[in-house]
Ligand binder design. Structure first.
Ligand SMILES: C[S@@+](CC[C@H](N)C(=O)[O-])C[C@H]1O[C@@H](n2cnc3c(N)ncnc32)[C@H](O)[C@@H]1O
Length: 210
């Protein structure tokens, strides 16, 4: 449970945050949009034409960024998924699904087919404040990303997924590395300095590991 004092200090930080102000100006639904913009500048995520799956998409900042990149390419496609609802975005198919449920994968395949080039996952549950616990719960969500990758990611496809520094992180990194040619850790400047959050950029999905 978040105390009133914690909430008010979060609120103070939130309203004075430069990325929050910028997102209001630029029309992005979340400050997270700048993390994706920055990571794309670092690793060039979007190579067109592209079939993209955005997991944990609500309220839609990342999906807005993707749409800007793919909008001029009619052969590109974006499917966004979240356990919560998301307001309509032109050019994006949204599915309200829980990625921890097996049945969600079939629903996604109906929309994307089985030839996805890039999976983005910014999924996270509400932080408990206990880093090791939060790290474990993110590991569970990331395992669901690997599970969906087995069903629909193209051979050689790429995945960007959120992680937290914590006791189980090195083991998780090792296990994810088995599935890709290369996995690098990326920490965008837009990610709050005090946060343990960073992203794995995983390239070259290996089919022969299945
Ligand atoms: C940090 S927010 C994502 C912000 C988003 N990338 C943006 O730019 O607006 C994390 C999201 O993960 C979603 N999420 C958490 N657990 C999930 C699950 N089991 N299945 C699908 N989405 C989940 C949450 O509902 C939340 O919207």
């Amino acid at each position: 449970m978040i105390s009133r004092r914690m909430f008010s200090s979060w609120m103070q930080r939130h309203v004075s945050d430069g990325y929050v102000k910028q997102s209001a100006k630029d029309g992005y639904r979340s400050r997270s949009a700048y993390k994706l913009i920055e990571m794309n500048q670092k690793v060039r995520l979007f190579k067109l034409p592209i079939n993209i799956l955005d997991l944990g998409s609500s309220p839609g900042g990342w999906s807005q960024v993707v749409l800007k990149f793919i909008s001029k390419n009619p052969d590109s496609k974006l499917t966004s998924v979240d356990i919560l609802p998301m307001n309509y975005l032109h050019g994006c198919s949204f599915l309200q699904l829980d990625m921890l449920k097996e049945s969600s994968i079939d629903e996604i395949i109906k929309h994307t087919g089985q030839n996805v080039d890039l999976i983005l996952s910014d999924m996270s549950s509400n932080h408990s404040g206990m880093t090791d616990f939060d790290c474990l719960s993110l590991t569970e969500l990331n395992n669901s990303v690997l599970h969906v990758s087995k069903k629909l990611l193209k051979p050689g496809g790429n995945v960007l997924m959120k992680m937290l520094m914590g006791a189980s992180e090195p083991e998780h990194y090792k296990s994810i590395s088995n599935y890709f040619t290369k996995v690098i850790r990326v920490k965008p400047n837009a990610s709050r300095k005090e946060s343990k959050e960073f992203y794995y950029y995983c390239t070259g999905w290996k089919v022969n590991i299945l």
